[in-house]
Design a protein around this ligand. Structure first.
Ligand code: RIB
Length: 342
């Protein structure tokens, strides 16, 4: 399958930024003649064909798209946003980034503002699944694409990773390494991703002959570093023969906090407690004890979500919603590399 020439290829060939290429295509008057000619020569030489669907975006709407994430401080969403921005920039669009902080009231305020701004569409990681607010936006003609989430009724396009499989991979790895007391450090299980990862962990335990009740769940108030530290304090407070020797964390920020607190309390990782995180953000590999993690293709999630939005925003007839599911990948590092001592 030939890969279509992208704006990035044209930019590299002409020795300019993708933004300059986008300007030559959409606002040529802003580009110096010599640069414009160099870019147009590259377009001819490479045989670049612009994404026509992006050109026919909804008229009467701004050249912006909205992105509403659960936690802008989480590098997972930063990487997703970079992917969104890359794709949007190639279509001559800008991105308005909003943070719901996992609060439905803040999410609603952002959605209302974005609708007032007449954005081409909204990419949303919803605070709650199956939210009827989304349907109202769509009724007013605003495409909504679910990111890192699945559409409960197929009423929106969505892009996500198979989090059940991701949780299964993490705990299967710990079981294979010889761990029998398995813990799950979770954020609020009201967040679908967290619940799916837990279900995958249970699935792995049951396949190995265990029961759902064997999973030692520590459910914290959030999916952040502080909640991971608190989980570390909780685990350190357990009698060592009851403490899980293999711990799966719902994301890498929890794993980083857990690692720091266990280490501070003299509990060795992985000798006493092995840790597996989720997302594979850059800080996982950079940790004092590099953390094993279930990798999500973060930028690809962002690019694909933006592509789905462009398709829907430029659709001239009926639009068939698509649910895109990516597969997770287990990255094994020092934090889970040894067999348990106890
Ligand atoms: O938003 C919380 C978590 O869910 C992130 O770390 C990422 O894993 C997302 O899927």
């Amino acid at each position: 399958m030939t890969v279509p020439i992208s704006i990035k290829d044209v930019a590299a060939h002409a020795g300019v930024s993708t933004g300059t290429v986008s300007n030559v295509l959409n606002r040529p008057e802003r580009v110096a003649v010599a640069t414009r000619e160099r870019v147009n020569a590259a377009i001819r030489e490479l045989g670049f064909i612009r994404n026509e669907s992006a050109r026919q975006l909804r008229v009467g709407r701004s050249r912006m798209i909205g992105l509403v994430v659960l936690d802008v401080a989480n590098p997972f969403f930063t990487d997703v946003a970079l992917g969104v921005e890359e794709e949007a920039g190639e279509a001559g669009l800008s991105v308005i980034l909003c943070n719901s902080d996992d609060q439905i009231a803040r999410q609603d305020r952002h959605l209302e503002l974005l609708q007032e701004q007449r954005v081409q569409g909204i990419l949303l990681t919803p605070v709650e699944a199956g939210d009827e607010r989304i349907g109202r936006l769509q009724q007013h003609g605003t495409p909504v694409i679910l990111v890192d989430s699945r559409s409960a009724n197929g009423g929106q396009c969505s892009v996500a990773v198979d989090d059940v499989r991701g949780g299964d991979m993490a705990v299967s790895h710990l079981l294979k390494a010889g761990h029998r007391r398995i813990g799950y450090v979770a954020g609020p299980v009201s967040i679908r991703q967290v619940a799916d990862r837990r279900d995958g962990a249970i699935q792995a335990l049951q396949r190995a002959g265990g029961q759902a009740g064997n999973l030692i769940v520590i459910e914290g108030p959030a999916l952040n570093w502080a909640a991971g530290k608190q989980a570390g304090a909780d685990l350190a407070g357990m009698r060592s023969r009851e403490r899980p020797t293999g711990v799966f964390c719902a994301n890498d920020l929890l794993a980083l906090g857990l690692l720091q607190e266990l280490t501070r309390r003299g509990i060795k990782v992985p000798d006493d407690v092995a840790i597996v995180g989720y997302d594979d953000i850059e800080f996982a590999a950079a940790a004092a004890v590099p953390i094993s993690s279930v990798r999500q293709p973060r930028r690809q999630l962002g690019r694909t979500a933006a592509q789905l939005l462009l398709e829907e925003a430029s659709a001239t007839g009926p639009h068939a919603h698509r649910q895109v599911i990516f597969q997770p990948e287990l990255v094994i590092r020092e934090s889970s590399g040894h067999r348990p001592r106890s």
